[in-house]
Design a protein around this ligand. Structure first.
Ligand SMILES: *Cc1c(COP(=O)(O)O)cnc(C)c1O
Length: 453
């Protein structure tokens, strides 16, 4: 990101040429680990992020982080570590929507707010969701004066609880658009509207998707936090991280942590039946396939949108551009083994998710959600004398259908905050699967918001 100030990179999301923004240089924290280990979560985040943030006063960054990770937002710790039968599980689901995306989106919403106020700007955020991202974005942006958020979901095709997590948010700046179509249709609408440059400029249209650099940065922090915790408990100074992976954002944050001096033994990509990444790390061929619907829907991807960032660090900018062109045109790209040595990878079927959920619950009393089960299963399979950490990315209560299937009852998965959603008033707008209708809706909302109250 040479010549591009941090706040501009954050507002931009993608580079002008459509490529992903990557940092030019990485800091080295390896001599500071002992000092960093004594810090609270927000303080630690400020220290780790500061070298990447060149155009925001440190005192502002600290304030934004302190607010993002305050007890009102994360009532328990941000990333507590529990040991379940020899595996260290980092629980990242203590935020407002009970999924790990809160950790980054609570920060991103407050960061946007600060930048927009500083520059006297407004922003309209458009997103497409099949569940988790939409609700985390809504809860990160709700009630913010200078932003409106428009989240498209396929009408009637997302889990009822996930829909309620979005539609029970009644703030004026939150708009749930229930599209008469599939999730792919929603993504196509997003692409069409973001590609309409005139509209994009007029509406100051922005994105909060997983390629936003600030999201990756926020996710680096809990790798450090977990490493400190595990070192303290085990005395070991190298740790293995196993990460349930979809768009490769979370595990890439772990890679940046390791590249910035965190002693990581290895990073393991854990995928569900959508195994494009495990196939790549095993064979060197990254090839587009069909998306399979699984019990861990937030990981049902065809192409991992952050993967290009890893390519850049592995083979450089020019080669990456060429590889991405190969991939666009032929649906595949290939790399030799030495250039993909930074990750290990394994896949886990729906059958294995159910068995892992059930076995772990029966043996230990600990209930995993179907995404975290993917990581836990892969972690168990690798277990040796290296301390192994896996990231729990959602609370099981968000996926009662999978829990029901595994245990015969979803009772153990209940969470009071989810129970409280039933019967609350909701608001959503049903729209046809048609770019003009969505465009119109956003324009009318923008005109209303621009009028003095
Ligand atoms: C988004 C998500 C993932 C996948 O994370 P990526 O950063 O896309 O790899 C895994 N689990 C849950 C619950 C998620 O919401």
């Amino acid at each position: 990101m040479r010549d591009l100030p941090f706040t501009q990179a954050v507002m931009m999301g993608l580079a002008d040429d459509g490529g992903l923004l990557v940092p030019e240089q990485l800091p080295d924290f390896s001599d500071e680990l002992d000092q960093l280990s004594a810090l609270g979560y927000a303080e630690l985040a400020a220290r780790l992020m500061a070298p990447f943030v060149d155009d925001l006063e440190e005192i502002q960054l600290r304030r934004i982080l302190a607010e993002s990770y305050a007890p009102e937002v994360f009532p328990d710790e941000v990333a507590p570590v529990v040991e379940i039968d020899g595996i260290h599980v980092v629980e990242l689901f203590h935020g407002p929507t009970l999924a790990f995306k809160d950790v980054a989106l609570q920060f991103l919403g407050r960061l946007f707010d600060h930048i927009l106020a500083r520059d006297d700007q407004r922003l309209n955020v458009l997103a497409a969701t099949s569940g988790d991202t939409g609700s985390a974005a809504i809860h990160g942006l709700r009630g913010r004066q200078r932003m409106a958020v428009f989240v498209m979901h396929p009408r009637g095709r997302i889990a009822p609880l996930q829909e309620l997590q979005m539609t029970t948010v009644l703030d004026d700046n939150v708009h749930n658009l229930a599209i008469d179509g599939s999730f792919d249709d929603c993504q196509r609408l997003l692409k069409t509207l973001s590609g309409d440059l005139d509209f994009k400029r007029r509406m100051a249209l922005g994105a909060v998707n997983s390629v936003n650099w600030a999201r990756i940065l926020a996710q680096m922090v809990y790798y450090f936090r977990a490493w400190f915790e595990v070192r303290e408990r085990t005395g070991a100074s190298r740790v293995r991280f196993v990460v349930p992976t979809g768009n490769f954002g979370n595990v890439l944050a772990g890679w940046y942590a390791a590249a910035s001096g965190l002693p990581v033994h290895e990073l393991v990509v854990a995928s569900n039946a959508n195994d494009i990444l495990p196939r790549f790390f095993q064979t060197g061929v990254y090839a587009r396939g069909d998306v399979h619907a699984t019990l861990s829907p937030a990981m049902d991807i065809q192409v991992a949108s952050n993967f290009e960032r890893y390519l850049y660090h592995a083979v450089g900018g020019r080669r990456t551009a060429q590889l991405m062109r190969d991939f666009e045109s032929g649906g595949r790209l290939a790399l030799p083994p030495e250039q993909r040595a930074d990750f290990r990878a394994a896949a886990c079927s729906d059958e294995q998710i159910l068995t892992t959920l059930r076995d772990t619950y029966e043996r230990t009393g600990y209930l995993l959600d179907p995404h975290s089960a993917v990581g836990y299963k892969v972690a168990r399979d690798l277990a040796d004398d290296v301390p192994t950490v896996t990231l729990a990315t959602a609370h099981p209560g968000k996926f009662p259908e999978a829990v029901q299937q595994a245990l015969g009852s979803a009772e153990a998965a209940r969470h009071p905050r989810l129970d409280a959603l039933w019967g609350k008033p909701t608001r959503r707008h049903d729209l046809p699967n048609d770019p003009a209708s969505v465009r119109d809706f956003i324009e009318r909302a923008q005109n209303r918001a621009a009028q003095p109250a």
